[in-house]
Design a binder for this molecule. Structure first.
Ligand SMILES: Cc1cc2nc3c(=O)[nH]c(=O)nc-3n(C[C@H](O)[C@H](O)[C@H](O)COP(=O)(O)OP(=O)(O)OC[C@H]3O[C@@H](n4cnc5c(N)ncnc54)[C@H](O)[C@@H]3O)c2cc1C
Length: 456
């Protein structure tokens, strides 16, 4: 009997987690696995790109978890610089194009995994395609930006980052670390719109304190270019900011072009709709990563949250199910952390806007505390905000801004949300305490205590 054939589109977190898990659970005689990646890198950490750009990591290869050769020696036929151009569900085949030669062939499948990731948003503004305007999504993008920053270090030192989300801010830090003068242009009133404005204001203050210029309520209208086609300025209303390098951090949308064209169902958020087992509307076509939408456990709604942590888990679920197992992706609660210089920012659950949209009646409580016992060296301020359901006290969401030791405290609150805990239950939690790690009431417990007092 010949082996079944699994094809995988996309050679990063979602696709290769699925391929690797499937390989662990089946022999090549049972399952042939072929993966297609159109770019130059596989299994790369896009999350590490800001540290490559900033010079904390010097070799792009350090951001590669597993090379193409390693995948191949593991029994996965990974074909680089090979793009899937179309999916034919009727014929159970994909059309594959060699990126260099343009040659196309047809490859049949029994099962197919779509791990095509996300596409960074590129605003349709004059000059957006000028040389020196960078979107940063793949490791190749990161290498190009890093090389440009190094090569132009003697030229115009000013860099403009468009978009004050976490990727924009991480890259702003990276460029600041390179000694560049950095301006962040944000259309909203505060950066980090995944936080409430009051917590975003703390981030704004922190960024400005680092010497990074932050323009809020500011929209880019155009990019001016010079005679060589390189960006020379960013135009915002009647203001012009001279710059030789622009970084776009305007968010991403699921890359569903192939899936949509094939007739695979797309959900209301624009991501591929899947079951908890990560099967698409075609039961033998699976999807994982930034291209899918998933279930938010608090709002009970589908969401697209483009994070590597979800892509890896979803890929694992696909790899189990495609080899006869039964696994489910249990959904998300919206947890995310980031760091801008020594400021740490974290969120989980629903912020005020999301809680309102989901129809919750809620209270909010914000506390100021310290990361360690006040007398212990290195103790730093930390702000914790909690959103709790009015009446029941169920924790709906939390946000933290502080310095060292702030961000990962969110995991306690994320676990509490996952388990539908109330703020009263949280304040009873037996969390670790010693002066180097927290005050005797950890800030998480203090926030829960405050919220419990407010939640009636
Ligand atoms: C700068 C930056 C920082 C980040 N930081 C974090 C972080 O701190 N924490 C976190 O959890 N997440 C972070 N992320 C998000 C995380 O990197 C993504 O969620 C993750 O990479 C998604 O994996 P994926 O496999 O779904 O998609 P991708 O990583 O986008 O991979 C998709 C792959 O599919 C390939 N592809 C697409 N279409 C085709 C086709 N037709 N044929 C062949 N190949 C194709 C692409 O070339 C790409 O390599 C960050 C992202 C960026 C850009």
């Amino acid at each position: 009997m010949s082996a079944r054939r699994l094809l995988v589109i996309g050679g990063d977190a979602g696709g290769m987690s699925a391929a690797s898990q499937a390989r662990r659970r089946s022999t090549p005689d049972e399952l042939e696995i072929v993966a297609f990646e159109r770019g130059d890198y596989t299994s790369f950490s896009a999350c590490g790109i800001p540290y490559l750009v900033g010079g904390l990591v010097s070799d792009p290869d350090d951001l590669i978890a597993r090379t193409a050769e390693e995948h191949r020696s593991n029994g996965i036929d990974l074909r680089m610089r090979t793009e899937v151009a179309a999916i034919d569900l009727g014929a159970r085949a994909v059309t594959v194009r060699d990126v260099d030669s343009g040659r196309e062939v047809t490859e049949p499948f029994d099962d197919l995994v779509i791990g095509t990731g996300a596409t960074p948003f590129r605003p349709p503004l004059p000059g957006v395609d000028a040389h020196g305007v960078y979107g940063v999504q793949t490791l190749g993008d990161g290498v190009r930006l890093r090389d440009d920053i190094v090569a132009t270090s003697d030229a115009n030192g000013h860099v403009v980052v468009v978009g004050g989300g976490y990727i924009g801010l991480e890259l702003a830090e990276a460029l600041h670390r390179r000694g560049r003068e950095v301006t962040v242009v944000e259309a909203g009133a505060q950066p980090m719109h995944t936080l409430d404005p009051d917590m975003g204001a703390l981030v704004a203050e922190a960024i400005r304190g680092l010497g990074i210029t932050l323009l809020t309520d500011a929209r880019v209208d155009a990019f001016e270019t010079d005679a060589d086609g390189r960006v020379r300025a960013v135009v915002i209303g009647d203001r012009t900011i001279a710059t030789g390098t622009v970084v776009l951090g305007l968010g991403v949308k699921p890359n569903v072009t192939l899936a949509r064209a094939a007739g695979i169902a797309i959900g209301p958020t624009g991501g591929i709709a899947t079951s908890a087992r990560m099967a698409t509307s075609d039961p033998r076509v699976w999807a994982a990563g930034d291209c899918v939408e998933c279930h938010h456990r608090v709002s009970n709604r589908p969401v697209v949250i483009a994070l590597g942590t979800h892509a890896n888990k979803q890929g694992r679920v696909v790899g189990i199910n495609v080899t006869g197992g039964d696994a489910a992706f249990a959904g998300v609660v919206g947890t995310a952390v980031t760091k801008i210089c020594d400021y740490e920012v974290a969120r989980t659950g629903l912020n005020e806007r999301e809680a309102r949209d989901a129809g919750f009646d809620f209270t909010t409580s914000t506390i100021e505390a310290t990361s360690r016992a006040g007398y212990y060296p290195g103790s730093r301020p930390i702000t914790v905000k909690v959103v709790a359901e009015r009446g029941t006290g169920r924790l709906l969401g939390a946000q933290i801004v502080g310095r060292e030791g702030a961000a990962k405290r969110i995991d306690v609150l994320a676990t509490a949300i996952w388990n539908d805990m109330t703020v009263e239950e949280i304040l009873q939690l037996d969390l670790g305490y010693a002066p180097p790690f927290s005050p005797v009431w950890d800030p998480v417990l203090t926030a829960a205590r405050q919220s419990n007092a407010n939640s009636d």
